[in-house]
Design a protein around this ligand. Structure first.
Ligand code: SF4
Ligand code: MG
Length: 273
């Protein structure tokens, strides 16, 4: 579908222009989510998009679906409620690294453990963008942030590994540089029954990039290109060659009982008894 048609069909044009800074990667993720929804031919009337707080949290506001902009870190809790009440809906969660990995971290591991049929897309720009650049649980070690002006002494962690270990059944990572791959990963996540999780490496030139002297938006996208290793290539490399890099592509896929189906089975059994 041509760009103009996509925009007219899936976005609230009256809400534009958006609030994101020039060069921000978030619009590329929004465009990729819309293309993935279009590729999977989801019925907009049966699709709900839910976010928490932060620059990522604004994305559903531009989307022509039933959307919820919820409280900080709680997008997955709201999404769990929506999916349990209306299991026939496609529920997509858009969240940020701060929103999802810090205050929302507990909701994340339990949504994964339950294998509830939600598609979660994390906008990982390694920083709390909206509140002016504080470090998040995904800010790499010794990178600079408003709250770490001499270097972040926390170790960051790998959210994809966390979700896989917690029980998520589709786990992938992409970047805003590798857009075609990203659309495919999100589309696969939507098609997968169970908890789908797609981490997207994006860029915040305003805070993370400026403070860490990473150049402008184009430089930051080139950084993504240079540091991303596709999963097949990574499998052939020794660990030392992957140091400082990150792996992109489908990282984990498995099958398991889906939460709302399990719940419905109990309702059916009790109704029969
Ligand atoms: Fe994007 Fe950063 Fe600006 Fe937020 S602060 S809109 S993440 S560039
Ligand atoms: Mg962030």
């Amino acid at each position: 579908m041509a760009m103009k048609e996509l925009l007219t069909k899936y976005t609230r044009m009256d809400k534009l222009p958006h609030i994101w800074c020039p060069g921000c990667g978030h619009g590329i993720i929004l465009g990729s989510v819309i293309r993935a929804i279009d590729r999977q031919k989801l019925d907009p009337g049966k699709t709900s998009v839910i976010s928490g707080i932060g620059c990522s949290g604004r994305a559903p506001g531009y989307m022509k679906f039933d959307t919820l902009h919820t409280t900080h870190g709680r997008a997955l809790a709201f999404a769990t409620g929506v999916k349990l009440a209306r299991p026939e809906l496609n529920v997509i969660v858009l969240t940020g690294d701060g929103d999802c990995a810090a205050i929302g971290g507990n909701h994340l591991i339990h949504a994964a453990r339950r294998n509830i049929d939600l598609t979660t897309v994390v906008f990982n720009n390694y920083i709390y963008g909206m509140t002016s650049g504080q470090y998040s649980p995904l800010t790499p070690h010794m990178k600079l942030a408003t709250t770490a002006p001499y270097g972040n002494i926390d170790q960051s962690f790998d959210l994809c590994n966390l979700v896989t270990a917690a029980g998520g059944t589709y786990v992938a990572r992409g970047t805003v540089y590798h857009t075609q791959m990203l659309i495919g990963l999100i589309a696969e996540g939507i098609a997968h029954k169970g908890f789908s999780f797609i981490e997207v490496i994006t860029h915040c030139p305003t805070y993370y990039g400026r403070r860490n002297r990473m150049g402008d938006a184009v430089d930051m996208m080139n950084w993504q290109k240079e540091h991303a290793v596709p999963v097949k290539a990574a499998a052939k490399l020794p660990p030392e060659k992957l140091e400082g890099k990150f792996v992109i592509g489908e990282l984990h896929r498995s099958e398991g009982p889906e939460y709302t189906e399990e719940y419905q089975r109990i309702i059916d059994r009790l109704e029969r008894e």
